[in-house]
Design a protein around this ligand. Structure first.
Ligand SMILES: Cc1ncc(COP(=O)(O)O)c(C=O)c1O
Length: 357
């Protein structure tokens, strides 16, 4: 890939924030962009000023949602350098999503090289505040200016950067989660295992409704029988039975989470047993009531590990571990964030360090 670095307008440059990062409202000065044209392939790879696209109102993505995205982070190390966490896994998943949405795949090495170059140029935007990180958002959109329902022949692939604050501002606090018994996020054979905007659009109705009832996330059940546990809005889910961690099997409608994969790989080394199972929600509730489930946690890039303090289901509430974060969640959070920010050794080779000159 021939990557052009375009000049910035010095007068328009913003300084990175030092606190009050929030989540996803601030963006660095530069972005990566490349274009795709059928018959030509990817072209015009460049890093230039962060700014708007000029797109016709007829542009395909606005109408038929042919779109994919990813989410990964850059972490500031104590020595001032910067770690990426498994960026090649995100690149691979980006292409899995692209194939499902009939979009062109990207060269995974080029995609990661673009992220590395962008972070090198924007290194000051990686926060140096405990828990705060630089969120990396690659995306691809269909750009044919035509209303016929078809796979677009032109696309834009872009990567933007957003400094984000610590997910847990008041300590490692458990989140309340509602199990939706009426609405479904994704069905086997659908697009649930692709990271495409439509899945998230479909989830907003219920997410907003449960927020009004004091829950911060939705736990989705399978769409065919409505009884098998799938995943939370933007996290996979794990159940702790003493020393055993159980997570739903990838069913085709669940996102293959990189944090989930990392938990499954590292947990046995930390002394836990792991198992991927088809989990019936009624059995899970019975196990909660019987005290067999000692902790529940979500896992995903945003929070890393998010303990669940209670479930709401069919109008009832089920409190988990007295609404406290448990030791297994805390242990995994500590180990994973330690590897991510370089505080702990990385025996798995998951991190890529960018030296800040
Ligand atoms: C629907 C969904 N499930 C699970 C996850 C967790 O995946 P990861 O650990 O790769 O961030 C995410 C976030 O990317 C998600 O959006």
């Amino acid at each position: 890939m021939e990557l052009n670095i375009l000049p910035l307008d010095e007068a328009a440059l913003k300084a990175p924030p030092v606190d009050d990062f929030g989540f996803g409202n601030l963006f660095s000065n530069r972005m990566f962009t490349q274009n795709y044209t059928a018959g030509i392939g990817w072209h015009d790879a460049r890093i230039g000023p962060y700014g708007p696209f000029e797109l016709m109102p007829s542009t395909a993505v606005f109408h038929y949602a042919q779109e994919i995205f990813e989410g990964t982070k850059a972490y500031r190390r104590a020595d001032g350098n910067i770690n990426l966490f498994r960026p090649w896994e995100n690149a691979r998943r980006f292409n899995v999503s692209a194939q499902r949405m009939v979009m062109p795949t990207v060269d995974e090495e080029d995609h990661v090289a673009a992220i590395i170059k962008l972070i090198e140029l924007e290194n000051e935007w990686v926060p140096n505040v405990p828990g705060a990180t630089l969120y990396i958002r690659p995306a691809m959109i269909a750009t044919d200016p035509a209303l016929g329902v078809h796979a677009s022949k032109t696309y834009i692939h872009f990567i933007i950067l957003s400094p984000v604050g610590a997910y847990f501002k008041e300590g490692f606090a458990p989140v309340p989660v509602y199990i939706s018994d009426e609405y479904r996020r994704a069905v086997k054979g659908g697009t649930g295992n692709a990271k495409t905007g439509g899945n998230y659009a479909a989830s907003l109705y219920v997410s907003e409704a449960v927020k009004a009832q004091g829950y911060s996330q939705v736990l989705w059940l399978d769409a065919i029988e409505g009884k098998y546990i799938e995943e939370v809005g933007a996290m996979n889910i794990c159940f702790v039975y003493g020393n055993q961690i159980i997570t739903p099997k990838l069913s085709g409608s669940i996102l293959d989470g990189i944090t989930r994969k990392s938990v499954l790989q590292m947990a046995p080394d930390l002394g836990y047993e792991i198992s991927e199972e088809t989990m019936n929600v009624n059995d899970m509730i019975a196990d909660l009531k019987a005290g067999k489930i000692t902790e529940v946690f979500g896992c995903g890039t945003a929070a890393v590990i998010a303990p669940v303090g209670k479930f709401g289901y069919k109008g009832e509430e089920y409190v988990i571990n007295n609404n406290q974060a448990g030791p297994v969640s805390a242990h995994l959070f500590d180990e994973l964030t330690g590897i991510q920010n370089g505080r702990l050794p990385d025996p798995y080779g998951w991190t890529y360090t960018i030296e800040v000159k």
